[in-house]
Each structure stands twice: as structure tokens, then as C-alpha cells.
Write a new protein. Structure first.
Length: 440
């Protein structure tokens, strides 16, 4: 946890402020603005440990628009990277779904593959590094044991060959290794294209790599399982797959398309709960309507409703963090106050001597918000956070101005994004729904 006396790097400070003012989640310095959610984080740390030990996990992170889903997913992503796991992430949209027949599932897989990150390559594009690290380690073992590297790679991928689609997957990795050893960049690029799901026809893949299959719409989940097995073979703990904006499945006009996507989720859920998959964890972010709506949400599919139903004994303030669904509760007034403290500290790079406003300004700002929009600013503090950051920015650039004079001018409109939840259409929701994903 960051304290008031902990220095904050200028790079982190500028990134956090710029991101918040733009309405998106910063990729650096999340620890400086994290508040609350301790028990939820502990539950996910246990999931990460389970995946690293060869197990599997699945969690549905459920919260209203602006309640903290995206920030929470980013935070868990950082924890997983620090735990030596591989992470990939993507947002669902009308063009990216978990099940489809028009290329949307392949598109989602390709986005996940491109986003693959490790602790040393945290911003995506790490698949090539993982491949080359594996090849180098295998080459060293081959030289030590006196066997050809081709034989060592084939032996190392033996388990993968036994999986669905695994023979061609292993063949492609061997092709990349051959291109790497021979300095053939075209062969390496072709192999990487295949592994990323970027081939659209089997004919082209057969011409370039000699394989008879590609990762297409039907192979979305099987492709992820193969990636998870491979990263473990390559020396990592496992694979964490983060999927956000699952509300886009809820918005699908076609009941059949929704059902097929929910069946894909059910397949993954069953594999995890039954222990038939390993080294992979899924984190799925969605709204309460996406989960609970019995007409269009996950609860419209009876098998999912029975598996995701809330523990009937979790009442009167009791919570169960062992089930697949994690509901993000609203911020308490104390947590929001702490968040404002953190934001003030970020502006001052962690130096209390440089605070732009005193403690009474924080209390006055919260009262101002409560009087304008009521308790809603605790539940979805998107606009509250942005208004506070804007206020500090003005004071920083105009030191002659008093915060008391500015406070009456602060406009904090009620967040209307939640109303969009009832607008069932094929349009994707605002991808920058993330702002007060700060609310953790």
C-alpha cells in the first residue's frame, strides 16, 4: 500500500493524471490509487496461485458501469504478471465474440494472442519472446544431452501433440524454431501468424507451414488451452485470460447467437469446475444485467444460472469469495475519501508539503457531490473522480486561485451511462467506460 510519505515517480504521476482526465485506466502506478477491495484481491491471488500450480480458475467480475471492473481487471493483471504468469486481455465487441461463424471468435482470439504479456514485456507482443526463450532453453538442453534440437523440441511438445489441435500447434512451433535456427524470418513470421490466429484460410497455412488446420472460430477455446499448455512448457506458471465488456453478448439481437456464446462460457466453466483443464485462468467482466437478466443474460441459460447462483447463506453482510461470481460493492464514503487523498497525493508526487488542497477541501468536495447527485457518486464515481482531478489541475496551474472559490463552479453531472444498459442494441458500449474503475 502507498502511504502519504511514499515518493511517486514523475512518470507514474503524469500517466495517472493524463489517463484520469481522459477517462481511461492508467497502465502505470495503479498501486498509488487503489483503495479497498482487499478480500476480493485476496481471492484472486489464490486463483493465481492455483493456476501457477497447474490448476484452473474462472471468475465473473460483476459491477455497474463505472463501478470498478476494468480497474480491477488491470490490477489483477499486474499481480499475475508479477507472479510470473502470462496474461492476455481483450474487450468483447460486436466484431469480437467467444462463439461465431463469421470470424468474430477468431478475431477475439487474435486480439488475445497479440496482447500476450509477461513481466518483462508487459504491454503485449510477448509471444515472440516466449517462443525464442523456449527455443534457446531447449537448444541448451539439446547440446548438453547431445541430441538434435529438432528432436528436443519434438520431445518437449509431446503433451501438446495429444491435445485437440495440438499436432499442428506443435508443428508450427517446430517451424518457428527451424526458422529461428536458420535465420529464416519469413518462416518465423508465418509461424507467428498461425499462432496468433491470423490465417483466414487453411490453404494459405498449408502452403506456408505444411499444416492442415488453422485457429478459426471453432478453435477459440482450444487455441487458448494450447497456449496455456505451451507457456507452461516454456517455463511460465500459466495463462490468465482477461475478457471485459461481456455486456456485448447481452446486447446481441440474435437469441441463437447469445445462446451459442453462453454455451461456450458453460463449456469453459464446466472444464474449470471439473478439473479437466490446467494452467489457465479466466476473468470475465460484465454488468449485473449481463449476469442476472433471465431473458437475455447468463441467467437465461438454466445450466449457467444453477452454477452461478449466489450462495443463499451470504446474507446480512456476509460474503462468499470462493464462488465464480465476484460482485464489486459500492464505495463507502470512507473509501471515496481515501481515494481523493490518493489523488491529491499523486499530484504532489507523494510529498505532503506539495498538497494542493487541505483535508477540509476533500470533505467539502464530497459534500458538494452528495448535494448535487446524492449517493450515486459512491456507486459509480466516474464523474466525481474526473471533476476532482480537473479541480486539482486548475489549482496547480493557477496557484492564486482558492479552492473555496472554485468548488461552487464544479459541475458533477450524474453518471448516465447506466441508463445505456437498458438500450439493447448491437452497438458496443463506450470502451472508455473505465474511468472510475478507480473505485477500488
Amino acid at each position: 500500500m502507498t502511504t502519504k510519505n511514499t515518493p511517486i515517480k514523475t512518470r507514474d504521476r503524469d500517466t495517472i493524471i493524463s489517463a484520469l482526465r481522459a477517462g481511461v485506466v492508467p497502465r502505470l502506478g495503479l498501486q498509488h490509487i487503489q483503495v479497498g477491495r482487499n478480500r476480493e484481491i485476496e481471492a484472486f491471488i489464490r486463483d493465481i496461485e492455483r493456476v501457477a500450480q497447474g490448476g484452473a480458475s474462472i471468475r465473473f467480475v460483476i459491477g455497474a458501469y463505472g463501478a470498478g471492473k476494468t480497474f480491477f481487471l488491470f490490477l489483477i493483471r499486474q499481480i499475475a504478471l508479477q507472479s510470473k504468469l502470462v496474461v492476455c486481455q481483450a474487450d468483447l465487441s460486436p466484431d469480437r465474440r467467444m462463439h461465431a461463424s463469421g470470424g468474430q471468435a477468431r478475431s477475439l482470439y487474435a486480439e488475445l494472442a497479440r496482447s500476450i504479456s509477461t513481466r518483462t514485456v508487459p504491454d503485449g507482443g510477448a509471444l515472440r519472446n516466449i517462443l525464442e526463450s523456449y527455443i534457446q532453453k531447449t537448444s541448451e538442453r539439446a547440446r548438453a544431452s547431445g541430441v538434435p534440437i529438432e528432436t528436443a523440441i519434438k520431445e518437449g511438445l509431446g503433451d501438446i501433440r495429444e491435445m485437440v489441435g495440438g499436432y499442428d500447434f506443435a508443428t508450427v512451433i517446430a517451424a518457428y524454431a527451424k526458422g529461428y535456427e536458420e535465420g529464416n524470418s519469413d518462416l518465423q513470421d508465418s509461424a507467428l501468424r498461425w499462432l496468433r490466429g491470423e490465417y483466414s484460410t487453411k490453404t494459405e497455412a498449408r502452403t506456408d507451414l505444411g499444416v492442415r488446420s488453422i485457429i478459426d472460430d471453432t478453435a477459440f477455446y482450444d487455441g487458448l488451452r494450447l497456449l496455456a499448455r505451451f507457456v507452461r512448457v516454456a517455463g511460465f506458471g500459466g495463462l490468465i485470460v482477461c475478457l471485459d465488456e461481456l455486456v456485448n453478448l447481452y446486447k446481441l439481437q440474435s437469441a441463437q447467437a447469445r445462446k451459442q456464446n453462453y454455451e461456450q462460457i458453460l463449456r469453459i466453466l464446466n472444464d474449470v469446475l471439473q478439473g479437466t483443464t490446467e494452467g489457465i485462468g479466466f476473468i470475465l467482466g460484465g454488468t449485473p444485467e449481463f449476469l442476472l437478466d433471465t431473458r437475455r443474460g447468463l441467467y437465461s441459460y438454466e445450466a449457467l444460472q444453477s452454477r452461478l447462483a449466489e450462495n443463499s447463506f451470504a446474507t446480512n453482510g456476509l460474503a462468499d469469495y470462493s464462488g465464480p461470481v465476484v460482485n464489486l460493492p459500492s464505495l463507502t464514503p470512507e473509501e471515496l475519501y481515501h481515494l481523493l487523498e490518493r489523488l491529491r497525493d499523486v499530484f504532489a508526487t507523494g510529498n505532503p508539503d506539495h498538497w494542493l488542497v487541505p483535508d477540509e477541501a476533500l470533505t467539502a468536495f464530497m459534500d458538494h457531490c452528495a448535494n448535487r447527485i446524492g449517493d450515486a457518486y459512491f456507486r459509480t464515481p466516474r464523474n466525481t473522480v474526473k471533476a476532482f482531478v480537473d479541480l486539482l489541475a486548475i489549482i496547480e496551474q493557477n496557484p492564486q486561485v482558492k479552492w473555496q472559490d472554485l468548488l461552487g463552479q464544479v459541475e458533477v453531472p450524474e453518471d448516465r451511462q447506466g441508463a445505456a444498459d437498458t438500450d439493447i442494441s448491437n452497438e458496443a458500449n463506450d470502451p472508455d467506460d473505465e474511468l472510475a474503475t478507480l473505485s477500488i
